[in-house]
Design a protein around this ligand. Sequence first.
Ligand code: ST9
Ligand code: ZN
Ligand code: ZN
Length: 333
Amino acid sequence: MTETETLEKRAHKSSNGTVSTEAGRDDVFDPTYKAKEGPKPPMVIVWRNVILMSLLHLGSLYGVFLIPSASPLTLLWSGVCFLISALGITAGVHRLWSHRSYKASLPLRIFLAIGNSMAFQNDIFEWARDHRVHHKYSETDADPHNASRGFFFAHIGWLLVRKHPDVIEKGRKLELSDLLADKVVMFQRKYYKPSVLLMCFFVPTFVPWYLWDESPWVAYFVPALLRYTLVLNASWLVNSAAHMWGNRPYDKSINPRENKFVTFSAIGEGFHNYHHTFPYDYATSEFGCKLNLTTCFIDLMCLLGLARDRKRVSHEIVQARRQRTGDGSHRSG
Ligand code: ST9
Ligand code: ZN
Ligand code: ZN
């Protein structure tokens, strides 16, 4: 029996239409969660993060004004850095490490971990743990970026306050042995700070200065700071905008939506109603490579023999699910 057939069999069996593809993997919605009774814990602002995030965004705004003085090569390099760091998130910590939706060889995992450090969004282990708890307890107190607390909280606010205790409590019960067993994940976690200094700030600044004599000032503010902030905001939009605006062709009972703008800015991660309905699908979308650079990248890696075992949901399952729980909206791809 092929992997897809196994998935279909399990999907047929499941009562709410979602399945776990690997024994014990924890990225599937758990409807049994109950919020604790009584008053909510107070919101504790982490001023250090407020100040650092404000400085980062001010620095990036300054970077926008420096764009006209950057050389075309520096702009191209900024694009390359955007792409490498975005893939470190989408193909790396999201589709590979959080959802195990395909398998990657050691060289590819090393490349994705480097891209991940370039994206500086917490180490792979921490990101994947938060993301699994997000899928499992979506829009509850145990969801780190619970979108029912509003756009600002889901976008950036959750990084500026202490976590709700339920996030930590439920997160501690997750099955994470696959991450603990991955040497690349553990190595990146051990050397996270130096790897971020090197990949997120030093390399993006040094290359344009050393190779084509870009001013170090421009090289720091455009390919390093501005590029970092753009990747951050593109990722955060998946948590905020794609949990609020768009249609819900696969499951109208959940908040995540299909959002074209997010799909574009987050290189294929805006098909969020599909993704929360079928979190184990490596394409995160019904439409394969369409508007989905990350899926194209994973396909290319398979072609080169660097990845394999892409998990996919069959057209029949998707259609059945659409009819059963979708909002009746038309194709969104
Ligand atoms: C960033 C992350 O930006 C962005 C994530 C985006 C996600 C997007 C997902 C969408 C889908 C994919 C699409 C991608 C699209 C990409 C497009 C690209 C173009 N379970 O954390 P602490 C434990 S990061 C279990 O201090 P506080 C923890 O281990 C940006 N345990 O909590 C620790 O235990 P111990 C840069 C957990 O004090 C203890 O709890 N980074 C869990 O509440 C305390 O942990 C920052 O800005 C869990 N889930 O502080 C830093 N969580 O003591 C942000 C925690 O035993 N972080 N624990 O070691 C912080 O400063 C803090 O975490 C805090 C909370 C202030 C937010
Ligand atoms: Zn996900
Ligand atoms: Zn989500």
